[in-house]
Design a protein around this ligand. Sequence first.
Ligand code: FPP
Length: 277
Amino acid sequence: MEFLCIVYLRDEKMQVFDNYVVYGFSMSNREIDKLRIPQHIAVIMDGNGRWAIQKGKSRLFGHKNGVKAVRETIEAAAETGVKFLTLYAFSTENWNRPKAEVSGLMELLIITINKEIKTLMKNNIALKAIGDLRSLPQRCHKELMRAVEMTAANDRMTLILALSYSSRWEIVQAANNLAGDVKKGKVIAGEIDENMFSRYLCASEFPDPELLIRTSGEHRVSNFLLWQIAYSELYFTDKLWPDFRKDDFLAAIADYQKRERRFGKTSEQLVNAEDEI
Ligand code: FPP
């Protein structure tokens, strides 16, 4: 058997991910309400460089080891029923890193996509990408698009890679395209509202993430999905990305489930609304 998965159901609502062994990694007890799994989780994978430096290795060694955490996160998301998972794999600002690191990351991306495509197909996961994709090296762009096309019909979960992405870039390109449509007479300037504007963002086909996870102990959002995380719950962990495992992902969901999401309303209003149902 490829993996062993024992799930105990305590009552119909609670799913306990207990004695859960996947590819040899054991998880501690985590209680997750399977009816309140975020449908979209976004992740800022941070700390590869520090992880490698702590071990006296090159930054690229950290990125290579980050792939294992990527794999675990995708598996955990699919298994818990998350519908959209966005990973911040390369930011617009990352182009300013040393040339060797940038080309190493691009190579790693190609290798990982090609290696994982079979697993994505087997697990019915669609791959999508957001960002200034035309700025990627030609081969990287080509392999990425091939994987996107191959997995397009998969519908268990959508994995979105943010590549050469930054939120300010996304918002500015949306404003430019919108201004173009105003000029063409397709849009009336005074009638632009939030809904219309958001349709010009490159992440427009996905719902906003309910949960944003960032690893490595940094407490910032680094130009990632700024529009879309307006009401997201933020979860920070000190774990460096290469050490991030399924149990850490479940811990983030468990923490999210303890939060009260008010969207500007009061607690009393939320309770009253529940009573009315
Ligand atoms: C941030 O760590 C991480 C990145 C810029 C790259 C993330 C890439 C991977 C995990 C590998 C490939 C991913 C996919 C999806 C195939 P950092 O270098 O900023 O770490 P530091 O803050 O410790 O320097």
